[in-house]
Write a protein that binds this ligand. Structure first.
Ligand SMILES: *[C@@H]1O[C@H](CO)[C@@H](O)[C@H](O)[C@H]1NC(C)=O
Length: 172
């Protein structure tokens, strides 16, 4: 029985970890956000500045793959809107990029002239160390609609529910 409950505990810890770990963030908080911004305050960098990103999170873009694309580029190419030499090019209309390290990720539109008109995005991922020293505010409160229904808190909650369920099962 002791071995059994230890196994359950380990399972629950894993479960909680996976539920609270990564989240998928819809860029701009809505599906038609990857476009030329109508104003500065509408820009994606405005949105990104008020969002928190952690290692393991993924960014998701929804757009018309026939007309646009998402390029991951260097800082220089970002600044110059140079689309000729991207690190990664995505044009499937439903692009997911995993933020697999801390630091800045630079994205520009591959559509002719769009980057120059402001269709670009910098996302800065905090290092785990930084995140520990100054804990980020809860993403639920600050990201608003940027996070799809499954925010990490929601997931943590459902993780806890499942954990409780598993413990309850263990008792009977
Ligand atoms: C864009 O980048 C390529 C390769 O990195 C370089 O050869 C080219 O000169 C750049 N173009 C502009 C307009 O900066």
């Amino acid at each position: 029985m002791a071995v059994f409950s230890r196994a359950i505990s380990a399972f629950v810890v894993l479960l909680l970890f996976s539920f609270s770990e990564a989240k998928e963030v819809l860029v701009g908080g809505k599906s038609d956000a990857w476009k030329i911004p109508s104003s500065q305050s509408d820009s994606l960098n405005q949105w990104a500045g008020s969002s928190r990103f952690r290692i393991g999170d993924s960014l998701v873009w929804k757009y018309d793959g026939a007309k646009d694309s998402v390029l991951l580029v260097s800082k220089e190419d970002y600044a110059n809107c140079n689309t000729s030499n991207p690190i990664e090019e995505h044009k499937d209309g439903n692009t997911k990029v995993k933020l697999d390290r801390s630091g800045a990720f630079y994205f520009i539109s591959g559509a002719e002239g769009h980057c120059q008109k402001g269709q670009k995005l910098v996302v800065v991922v905090l290092s785990p160390r930084h995140a520990v020293i100054s804990p980020a505010p809860s993403p639920v409160e600050f990201e608003g609609p940027a996070v799809a229904p499954t925010s990490s808190a929601t997931r943590l909650q459902s993780g806890l529910m499942v954990a409780l369920g598993v413990f309850a099962l263990g008792l009977f």
